[in-house]
Write a new protein. Structure first.
Length: 198
């Protein structure tokens, strides 16, 4: 997911002018006045930061509703996925698997779940229909052509099992904090083959 360029208020720094104690102001009254001024400047900067949150939500295409904490959870996750290495999803498969892959890692399971979710969101399809498309469609060949429909169906069951796929715990935690539409957008954007082709 490429980083978006910040524009408008998000591209402008918040400027403050703090003061320092000098020989002329090094008195209890002078230090108190400088301390008061500096606190006011920092408070103003904080206020400006809060005012920019609306622009930041728009930048990440998040539609907040009043008192909707899920918008800020989604904002945190989107920013973390853009800037924090530990939140970035990286597909390390460099070549197509030949034959049956005996062990799947959590990323592979989650990619399967995301691609099935993507297909089901495009059209009213069952899991079985989605797996059939994954196994046969050129659109998904780079990821799933070495697996047949039945194998993908079996792996899909494991993909939703927390014992097989530890990422399901994170999946459930995030899903409970944001709206279904926000969750689906973020999930598919991060793990589906569409995201991999960007």
């Amino acid at each position: 997911m490429p980083a978006k360029k910040f524009e408008g208020s998000l591209a402008d720094h918040i400027l403050i002018k703090t003061r320092s104690v000098t020989l002329l102001t090094d008195t209890p009254e002078g230090r108190a006045e400088i301390d008061k001024h500096n606190k006011e400047e920092i408070g103003r900067a904080l206020h400006e930061s809060l005012e920019k949150l609306g622009d930041l939500l728009k930048h990440y295409e998040i539609d907040p509703t009043p008192d909707d904490q899920s918008a800020y959870v989604m904002l945190s996750l989107k920013m973390a996925m853009e800037f924090v290495p530990g939140f970035k999803v990286k597909n390390v498969s460099t070549r197509r698997q030949k034959g049956r892959q005996k062990i799947w890692d959590p990323i592979k399971y989650t990619e399967l779940l995301a691609d099935v979710t993507l297909l089901k969101s495009e059209k009213n399809r069952s899991d079985s229909e989605a797996c059939s498309i994954l196994a046969t469609s050129p659109r998904f060949a780079s990821r799933w052509s070495s697996f047949d429909k039945r194998t993908l169906e079996n792996r899909l069951v494991k993909a939703t099992n927390k014992a097989e796929n530890p990422l399901m715990a994170l999946y459930d935690a995030v899903r409970s904090q944001v709206s279904p539409e926000q969750f689906m957008s973020m999930f598919v954007e991060s793990f589906s083959i569409t995201a991999n082709q960007r």
